[in-house]
Write a protein of this length. Structure first.
Ligand code: UDX
Length: 436
């Protein structure tokens, strides 16, 4: 099929490359010339495992092109809108200006029978509004939420857990959209990927509901960590024990410095704002608590470090290991790790931060921070070490070797990801979150 993908960020770039890899002819369009130039040369502007190979193969095959010109979308039968919906400045609501601009710019290039597919995460009601804009062109609008996780984006796109089709209300339009979806996703469907075909509102809500649930699960276990901290209980053992109950499940029960990234934090806030607009604010009022618990954990890590430094971080050397919001990503949007580094720096600590991939992005946002070129450099002469992103390389650090380099022998494990026995065995004072 001939496809266009409007917006080549985390979502769009991966979608474009993945669709080309399964045989479709794809043009990716973005307003950022630097991004398009990199992608057109087969270079990934983001750190995402598997993406560089896919991009290069797609570009070399001739099935994957990139452009800054929306006119290049003409001729495609499906147009995927994958632009960002960030949090509005000074509000909890989602900023829909990029979605609106993308759809409006696409309108002159649409033909009757085309399918415009929203993939961005939007407040419920957006699709119905956009469908009215699209209708005069004879194209139809459908919604197709995307559940990819950064770090696993390629595999999540090619082999998703499920597909959700948000189809238009008119049966003839729904049939057009459905046929297009079935064709574009034929490979995933042939392997038995579950499919939920529904209307616009449900499709929009599925995405925010899924993210709200995941955020709630993480904040639940972090709330238990807060209780564990005053009762000498161990939240990791508690998570194991409740996680054995298949109704609960162990995944997303890792207590630590909390969730961040471009999705969970802003999505729960936008959901709250939208529910309030709909007069149902109380239905999701608990998400404010989920957000508050989450933000408290960042402060908790900062407080622990200060406490361990004897009540003040001023002029103490702190090694911060991790800046990305999670491992295998260079993304520092709403990153707990970066917040911890910035917070400690603000207290007058001499922070030396390192992350295997996220330093350039962190530096752009916070040029006042000092960055190391390696974990070893970051920990050299440190009074205390803080791990805030659970990169494999940090989990694999040799406690004895690190002890040779540091001034102090205290490590705060903000992700409960280190081998406690190994660190304590090597003479370290190990402090986890929600653990004795
Ligand atoms: C999330 C959703 O998982 C994905 O389906 C959606 O499409 C986009 O948002 P992502 O933001 O890539 O994906 O990251 P995810 O793996 O969900 O992690 C989110 C945050 O939660 C990270 O900061 C992670 O460190 C944190 N987390 C996750 C925990 O603190 N504890 C856990 O047990 C799991």
């Amino acid at each position: 099929m001939k496809l266009s993908v409007i917006g080549c960020g985390y979502l769009g770039a991966v979608h474009a490359a993945a669709m080309a890899s399964i045989g479709h002819e794809v043009v990716g369009i973005d307003v950022d010339p630097a991004k398009i130039e990199a992608l057109a040369a087969g270079r990934s502007p983001i750190f995402e495992p598997g993406l560089p190979g896919l991009l290069l193969a797609g570009v070399e095959s001739g099935r994957l092109r990139f452009s800054t010109d929306m006119a290049d979308a003409a001729g495609a039968t499906m147009h995927f809108v994958a632009v960002g919906t960030p949090q509005k400045a000074g509000s909890n609501a989602a900023d829909l200006r990029y979605v609106d601009a993308a759809v409006t710019a696409l309108l002159p290039h649409l033909s009757a029978g085309d399918v415009v597919v929203g993939k961005s995460t939007v407040p419920v009601g957006t699709a119905a509004r956009l469908a009215e804009l699209v209708a005069p062109t004879g194209a139809v609008l459908a919604w197709n939420p995307e559940f990819l996780r950064e770090g696993f984006a390629v595999q999540d796109t090619i082999a998703p857990d499920r597909l959700v089709y948000g189809l238009p209300p008119a049966p003839e339009d729904a049939a057009v959209a459905r046929a297009a979806f079935d064709e574009v996703y034929a490979q995933a469907l042939s392997t038995g990927t579950p499919l939920v075909a529904t209307g616009y509102s449900t499709a929009e809500l599925v995405k925010v509901a899924a993210n709200a649930f995941l955020a709630t699960k993480i904040s639940f276990i972090n709330a238990m960590a807060e209780i564990a901290e005053v009762t000498d209980a161990d939240v990791t053992e508690l998570a194991d024990a409740i996680g054995y109950d298949a109704r609960i499940g162990r995944r997303f029960l890792n207590a630590g410095v909390g969730f961040g990234g471009g999705c969970l934090p802003k999505d729960i806030r936008a959901f709250t704002a939208r529910a309030e607009e709909l007069g149902r604010g109380e239905s999701v009022a608990f998400l404010k608590e989920v957000d508050a618990i989450n933000l408290r954990r960042r402060q908790r890590v900062i407080d622990l470090v200060v406490e361990e430094l004897g009540g003040s971080a001023y002029q103490k050397r702190v090694a911060v290991l991790g800046l990305a919001f999670k491992p295998d990503s260079d993304d520092v949007r709403d990153s707990p790790a970066l917040d911890v580094a910035v917070g400690l720096n603000g207290l007058g600590a001499v922070v030396l931060a390192f992350d295997p991939e996220a330093v350039p992005n962190a530096r752009r946002l916070h040029p006042q921070l000092t960055f190391a070129d390696s974990a070893e450099q970051a920990v050299t002469d440190a009074d205390i070490v803080v791990v805030v992103t659970e990169w494999k390389a940090f989990r694999a650090l040799d406690p004895s070797a690190v002890a040779e380099l540091t001034a102090g022998k205290t490590i705060v494990d903000g992700r409960n990801c280190l081998d406690v026995d190994a660190w304590r065995g090597a003479g370290w004072r190990y402090i986890g979150l929600g653990r004795p």
